[in-house]
Design a protein around this ligand. Structure first.
Ligand SMILES: NC(=O)C1=CN([C@@H]2O[C@H](COP(=O)(O)OP(=O)(O)OC[C@H]3O[C@@H](n4cnc5c(N)ncnc54)[C@H](OP(=O)(O)O)[C@@H]3O)[C@@H](O)[C@H]2O)C=CC1
Ligand SMILES: N[C@@H](CC=O)C(=O)O
Length: 441
């Protein structure tokens, strides 16, 4: 057995406390798997006085001096489970440049400025591992960055935010209110420190950027991702989806395609979408995540598991700790970032999507023709149209009837322009719901 490897743990909240607990409970197994025991050199936190329950760790290991801990000569591995951009970025860049291995769960930082971390890792000849940053416990990034490196990935579609999946599942199953479901997700440790990151789609967009970068060998940042959250999904939308034999999920979609000039490019987006109940993602409930990867030779692959929560995420962190420690002992490092393809990210307007539009209309001759004319003017083909009497659908007040239209795929800009024009049509009293339907490019 080699001499101990020393870990600096930055953060001891929902995830960090479980990392500390697992390091303690599994110390003998971890040492045997790595070939060296692990020792905690220190744990950086914001509040020294915070009650940390019965955490099995000596109180003198806690410090508020994260910088000092990261710079300490007797630290081999830095585990960052604090979150946010600064000061986490400075700590990790310093650690990597100094040749320390880094394990982080910080998707916000990786999506905002992954380049700084990858460059620092290359400069310092150090390992940068971040399995926990996307889809919690699910082994997903290592398959993308290692197992599938001999294949060509064409599309990644997934539910990658546990909090919003918890909320939408509750709204669907029990009709629970948005606020009530969010409060429960926060109590269960799923939500980010600021849950706006979850419900407005920022967290899923960060994960989409990381997934797209790995899948397409291209640097994709948070700003490249089209993002819509779930705050505008209403009970009426959910009822519309149910009436169609569907449910609503916040999807992350990263797809290869061609841009308007015919060049190969990628589309990366996060938005709520209707999916049929027969779709495998429809049954992904609670805070679970699931990701479909469609690869040219491998075909479809599905990854499923707990996407959030302290213990689940700590499992992924510990897996990375074992990997970087083995690499240190073997004197090797993981292959560096693969971003050679340098593909452009297409604007959302060029993405091929499908819409489900529910309109409250006057029940009189010519209405259907007028509505269909708007779709035709934008070169949007209608797949199905259904008319229901008012009251049988979640229609607005004053409507005589409800028209439910589902389109074929079309550029998102054409679909959005169609909806805008429908608003101005005399026969349309109001637009009860507009949702994208999974099954575009
Ligand atoms: N929760 C989850 O399910 C998942 C979280 N993640 C990611 O893991 C990371 C941690 O998340 P989570 O554990 O939920 O977050 P928490 O808010 O529960 O914990 C954050 C920890 O960081 C400490 N901290 C905050 N600011 C500083 C600072 N300036 N210096 C030193 N310590 C600081 C806090 O200290 P103190 O305890 O004193 O307040 C706390 O211990 C984030 O990047 C998150 O996105 C990834 C996957 C799942
Ligand atoms: N807040 C995130 C935590 C995991 O990444 C989520 O809800 O998925």
């Amino acid at each position: 057995m080699s001499s101990p490897l020393r870990l600096a743990i930055l953060g001891c909240g929902t995830v960090g406390s479980e990392v500390v607990r697992l390091l303690h409970e599994q110390s003998a197994d971890l040492a045997a798997r790595i070939g060296a025991p692990l020792e905690i050199a220190g744990i950086a936190v914001r509040r020294l006085g915070r009650d940390r329950g019965d955490l099995p760790v000596a109180p003198e290991l806690f410090t508020t001096d994260a910088v000092g801990l990261v710079k300490s000569d007797d630290v081999d591995v830095v585990v960052e489970v604090v979150g946010g951009i600064e000061p986490a970025r400075s700590w990790l860049v310093d650690a990597l440049r100094a040749g320390k291995s880094v394990v982080t769960a910080n998707k916000a930082l990786l999506a905002e400025d992954g380049a700084s971390l990858h460059d620092a890792a290359a400069d310092g000849g150090a390992d940068l591992y971040y399995e926990a940053a996307v889809a919690g416990a699910i082994p997903l990034l290592r398959p993308l960055r290692e197992s599938l490196h001999g294949d060509r990935i064409n599309r990644v579609t997934g539910i990658v935010n546990g909090t919003t999946n918890f909320i939408l599942s509750a709204m669907d199953a029990t009709g629970a209110g948005f606020a009530e479901a969010l409060e429960e997700a926060t109590e269960l440790g799923y939500a980010e420190a600021d849950p706006t990151a979850d419900v407005e789609g920022f967290d899923a967009a960060a994960k989409a950027a990381i997934l797209a970068s790995l899948a397409f060998h291209t640097r994709v940042g948070a700003a490249d991702v089209h993002r819509e959250g779930i705050t505008e999904v209403t009970a009426a939308d959910m009822a519309s989806a149910k009436a169609m034999g569907c449910t609503i999920k916040l999807l992350c979609i990263a797809a290869r395609g061609t841009d308007a000039a015919g060049r190969e490019s990628v589309s990366v987006r996060v938005h709520p979408a209707m999916i049929p109940l027969s779709h495998p993602l429809a049954s992904v409930g609670d805070a679970y995540n699931a990701v479909f990867v469609e690869a040219e030779a491998a075909g479809p692959l599905m990854f499923y598991g707990r996407g959030a929560g302290g213990a689940a995420t700590a499992s992924a962190v510990l897996g990375d700790v074992v990997a970087v420690c083995r690499n240190r002992l073997a004197g090797v490092r993981a292959p560096s970032e693969s971003a050679y393809a340098d593909l452009a990210v297409r604007p959302m307007g060029e993405a091929l999507t499908r819409y489900h539009v529910s309109l409250d209309v006057a029940d009189k001759p010519g209405v259907l023709a007028a509505v269909a004319g708007v779709f035709a003017r934008h070169d949007v083909s209608i797949a199905t149209v259904r008319q229901a009497p008012a009251g049988t659908e979640p229609a607005g007040r004053g409507a005589d009837a409800v028209l439910v239209i589902v389109t074929h795929t079309a550029p998102d800009a054409a679909l959005a322009a169609t909806v805008e024009d429908l608003r101005g049509l005399d026969a349309v009293r109001s637009i009860a719901s507009v949702l994208r339907v999974e099954g575009g490019e």
